[in-house]
Write a protein that binds this ligand. Sequence first.
Ligand code: NAD
Length: 272
Amino acid sequence: MNTVKLNNGVVMPQLGFGVWQVPDAEAAPAVAEALEAGYRSIDTAAAYGNEAGTGQAIAESGLARDDVFVTTKLWNSDQGYDSTLRAFDDSMRKLGLDVLDLYLIHWPAPGRDLYVDTWKAFAELREQGRVRAIGVSNFQPGHLRRLIDETGVTPAVNQIELHPYLQQAELRAFHAEHGIQTEAWSPLGQGGELLSDPVVQKIALAHGKSAAQVVLRWHLQIGNVVIPKSVTPSRIRENIDVFDFELPEAELEALSTLDRGGRIGPHPDELD
Ligand code: NAD
């Protein structure tokens, strides 16, 4: 498994398994399947309602705790210093873990204006050794700048919507400049039109790989961490079988031409 080194030295697998929209009862078998297939990073969130099922699968996997990288996220309504500390304890109880690998602020929720206080609580949790790395999700350059300016603590990761139809050049450049790891959510564009795009299809045919595998390979080669989601065992396996081929520069460029600002999720400035 390829890994990336975060800005505080913590090592994170470059490809993980996302569990958004997986009900708690289905999370345990799906995560078990993913761990069996070789995934060593799991991305959940308090808001997904499946931290318990996710934690159960990790506990039952027989893998050493150090071998699985676990990410969860703080929901918007829990932002604020004290409420963050409480929400963290709640997530850890559900996950059944003592130490978390990566904790993310799920959305900046600028209308609440609490993300700086929230970030101070995140820094405290890291100081206490309860979480190994702290980051954010859906932060725009202005939100990131404010965190850094007001706390002096740079997020290790920003998890953002990113796929060939929404390539986020400005944010990726900001991340590169500040040592923030880009992590792509909905890396497959939620399995929609992107996977039947003729440009993707042509490259897939040339390599004898699927469209999903080509898109994941594009992410890996441009340096993104990816967390594709599936509950279908064959697709779970397909999505991690991406380390035996390489896209040449010309194909990376062809995929880069697909950018069209095609956002699927909400705009981060508009969700509170
Ligand atoms: P995704 O791009 O991973 O697409 C998942 C969907 O694509 C599946 O439900 C399935 O329909 C299809 N699919 C998966 N594998 C396929 C394959 N091999 N061939 C064909 N179709 C396939 O979308 P996602 O679930 O939105 O994002 C992945 C993860 O990112 C989530 O599970 C979650 O962990 C995270 N996420 C985070 C945020 C955030 O705000 N931080 C938002 C959305 C998602």
